[in-house]
Design a protein around this ligand. Sequence first.
Ligand code: SF4
Length: 432
Amino acid sequence: MKRESFSTPELIILLEMAGFASLQVWQTPGIKGKLDWYYAVSNNRMPAKYLLCRRVAVENIGPNITEEELWKIHEEAADEFAKLRREILDGDISFKELEAQKPNFLDVKVALVKRMLRRCNFCRWNCRVDRAAGRKHGTCQLESESRVSSYFHHMGEELPIRGTRGSGTIFFTSCNMRCVFCQNADISHDKGSGVVFTPQALAWAMWQLRMEGCHNINLVGGEPTIHLHTIVEAISMLKFFREVVPEALDVKADAYYPYPLDPRNAYYEGEFNTPILWNSNMYMSGETMKILKELVDIWLPDFKFGNNRCAVHLSRTPWYFETVAENHKTIYDWGEDIVIRHLVMPGHVECCTKPVLEWIAENMPDTPVNIMDQYHPDCYCNPADPRYDKRYSDMARHPTREEIIESYRIAKKLGINFEEITFEKSLRGIRI
Ligand code: SF4
């Protein structure tokens, strides 16, 4: 038998890919069977959802078509998509047998987000401003441009997300919430930060990260929802690029790391393949959820506040709980892969941590939840920051050890699936 020989960089890639697939975390009770779709796409054993969207044909969508008609076509295509995905999962049909269609489901999604941008309802604020014209601004203050602050291999996410080669994280600027403790305020609160990314530059950056071996494309900010139009169009452009899109490189934060580009990192039946990860505050509209349903391979949402009083006081965000809870529940009911994040805030265990965990236990049992202990006073809550505001002095400290342990105890009592995803680093001597 002829033995294949590999160069050293090739061997490193093969070993690291195998390393991700065989991480012990996939066999732990809290994770096993919970993220199967994401795992398969990440390891190029299944096509990402966007590749399936390309296989769903739609009728011609001319410029005169109404938004209502587009939503009708979207609904029919979504049914077709669900059928196709089921058949692929059950092995009744092979991806190889399916030809890419034109126009297809992705074209409908791109057309819809462009219409939505003209009376923006991407998120729950439902501002209905024409962001393409840019004469009036909504809560996020954005027009049609999207800016990216940085993109790189993120090695700080949860183990199934960061794996061995990192999560391909793209930080968009601006946000639709105004968290006074924002840990990314430099990019969330400053709409002029970063550089303008066209859909093509964004697609190219996604391609680069995945070709370099990232296990997913992690869309975050700030908040990705407010950049929905750019993101959806970029996903529709994903392919094996030949040409460089140099403007993207301006904000590659790990440009000097020697990550070789290798198509085997992203290859599925001849096509460019990558899981799409939505890392969001989940303050989005039902319409945005519908657009994302057939694009997102794994959801990584934040569930911060357990009541609207705290959400308004600390984030100036009304209708928080009902909006975010409903969007979480929708994902659960869809049966999609999801890991929830909850940040323990100082003095907010009873009013926020407890009700959030109770809601999860009742509505999304067994969903992996990362109960995060890394809150630190930042932005308006940081006495050392010129923006410090005394109204938030109760937030100007780390959570105590007792508050963290109490949060874990509540989770344990409620039967929350949190230990493997929360404690993958170390228990730090904590006994729950
Ligand atoms: S993204 Fe949200 S906040 Fe921004 S204009 Fe649209 S609806 Fe308003």
